[in-house]
Design a protein around this ligand. Sequence first.
Ligand SMILES: *[C@@H]1O[C@H](CO)[C@@H](O)[C@H](O)[C@H]1NC(C)=O
Ligand SMILES: *[C@@H]1O[C@H](CO)[C@@H](O)[C@H](O)[C@H]1NC(C)=O
Ligand SMILES: *[C@@H]1O[C@H](CO)[C@@H](O)[C@H](O)[C@H]1NC(C)=O
Ligand SMILES: *[C@@H]1O[C@H](CO)[C@@H](O)[C@H](O)[C@H]1NC(C)=O
Ligand SMILES: *[C@@H]1O[C@H](CO)[C@@H](O)[C@H](O)[C@H]1NC(C)=O
Ligand SMILES: *[C@@H]1O[C@H](CO)[C@@H](O)[C@H](O)[C@H]1NC(C)=O
Length: 487
Amino acid sequence: MRLINAALLFLLLILSCNALGLKPRLLGRHTVQTNSQHPSVSYQTFYFDQQIDHFGFLENGTFKQRYLLNDRHWHKEGGPILFYTGNEGDITWFCNNTGFMWDVAEELGALLVFAEHRYYGESMPFGEESYSNAKYLNYLTSEQALADFAVLIKALKRALPGAQKSSVIAIGGSYGGMLAAWLRMKYPSEVVGALAASAPIWQFIVPCGEFYKVVTNDFAISGTNCSSNIRRSWAAIDRVSATGEGLQWLSQEFGLCNPLKTADEVYGFKAWLQETWVNLAMVDYPYEANFLQPLPAWPVKVVCKNLDFNTGVSDKQLLSGISQAVRVYYNYTGDAVCLNTSQTATGNLGFLGWFYQSCTEMVMPMCTDGVADMFEPQPWNYQAFSDECYNQFGVRPREDWAEIVYGGRNISAHSNIIFSNGNLDPWMSGGVTRSLSESLVAIMIDGGAHHLDLRYNSEFDPESVLKTRALEVQYFKEWIKQAATTQ
Ligand SMILES: *[C@@H]1O[C@H](CO)[C@@H](O)[C@H](O)[C@H]1NC(C)=O
Ligand SMILES: *[C@@H]1O[C@H](CO)[C@@H](O)[C@H](O)[C@H]1NC(C)=O
Ligand SMILES: *[C@@H]1O[C@H](CO)[C@@H](O)[C@H](O)[C@H]1NC(C)=O
Ligand SMILES: *[C@@H]1O[C@H](CO)[C@@H](O)[C@H](O)[C@H]1NC(C)=O
Ligand SMILES: *[C@@H]1O[C@H](CO)[C@@H](O)[C@H](O)[C@H]1NC(C)=O
Ligand SMILES: *[C@@H]1O[C@H](CO)[C@@H](O)[C@H](O)[C@H]1NC(C)=O
């Protein structure tokens, strides 16, 4: 079960980071600063006939790929195209929540395009059957998705009057950021540059413990004894849940919808807690926001306020603190009737699709040791992971493929890519955090969680992210100028 959770982390991050921004909530106890100054999202929806298989000739069918357009600020004859490389979910969701593109469109005179990733949202190669068997799922790969994007860009430049001279810049966050970077690497004639925000392109090859170390560090710096008390909680759960009376107490203390009965359920309960801490680290934003769950500003600090007691307290006192801490995540609005250990996020966009991708070419090893991190020791077990994949999909992963196809550490032959990362974001562990050349630029956002830079400007943004966004626009302008002079 834990293996599956590790595989699904990436999905959760997508759900979390691209979910709704500063949305005023009419109900509930908390008031939110509204964002009425944000440019409004409006777009036209189109469908493009894509090859189901770009790399073989036997399967010659096509499917409708959805993409969204907004040309309100576009300066035809030269104004750039900002092209969002869709990731594992409904493209309208990413579109609505990549505020950065809407914020900079006017300054750049840019056309905005949001392209959906195949097998997500409405872009289903085999319609409702797309997920029904391994044969149909076979075309769900990042390479096929990149080819879709390249073909679409070429077609748009041909079809849109005035677009022939437009430079295209790829933009994406998390897996979408990886795709943006790879699009520039694989199809450099189609895009002049890429902004890869919080894109862990090296998650395949970094030591498996790095991710959870960053999660732990977020809690360690957010309150006294916070990570220590979470580290102690696992054994406390084991001791308390060893008796029937303990199980009952635990279920009541946490307000669980379904009382814990078996050892398996206790294991699932711990996995749920672990995922909760991870999600909190990813969405540790400086303002109140509604992601997987509605959360206060700096939610990890708020969580840690419930865990700042002496590490010598009794098991029940400790777990009582933990139960208050998770309520920050699950009951900020005060609307939760009970806590459901089958859920860590609202909605489930792309759930199965990302699991398939992580079971084939996107293999991201994850592990914990309980020393460098605050979790129970859990080694990375490739064989067990592979078996899970086989049971679920009838296919096994190719562990090394991502490194071979996308170049691993040495990508210095490429150019014009910005890798932005936040130092609070667990995914920075697999990101490019140091510039590799003059045009492969790394930007670290101090106090930034998961691709904070792609979100709308906010009055609560730290200076670091405002500077980052300005620098990103400066690079865009440079790339556009470069392209114009070499054309
Ligand atoms: C596609 O393949 C089918 C059968 O394999 C064939 O009958 C058809 O002519 C092909 N269509 C095109 C456009 O190549
Ligand atoms: C995105 O915004 C559009 C227009 O406001 C809306 O119709 C659509 O439902 C939104 N999509 C999601 C997933 O929120
Ligand atoms: C943190 O725990 C240590 C004991 O492990 C204790 O000495 C210290 O007082 C605790 N800090 C707070 C703020 O309670
Ligand atoms: C959620 O918060 C409300 C308001 O404080 C409270 O009445 C309710 O019991 C809480 N639910 C859970 C599951 O803790
Ligand atoms: C808990 O979540 C699961 C998965 O989303 C759902 O199927 C189930 O109905 C939920 N249970 C309760 C009591 O809300
Ligand atoms: C990386 O690749 C370049 C050629 O693209 C080569 O010149 C360089 O030596 C390589 N560096 C390392 C550390 O392998």
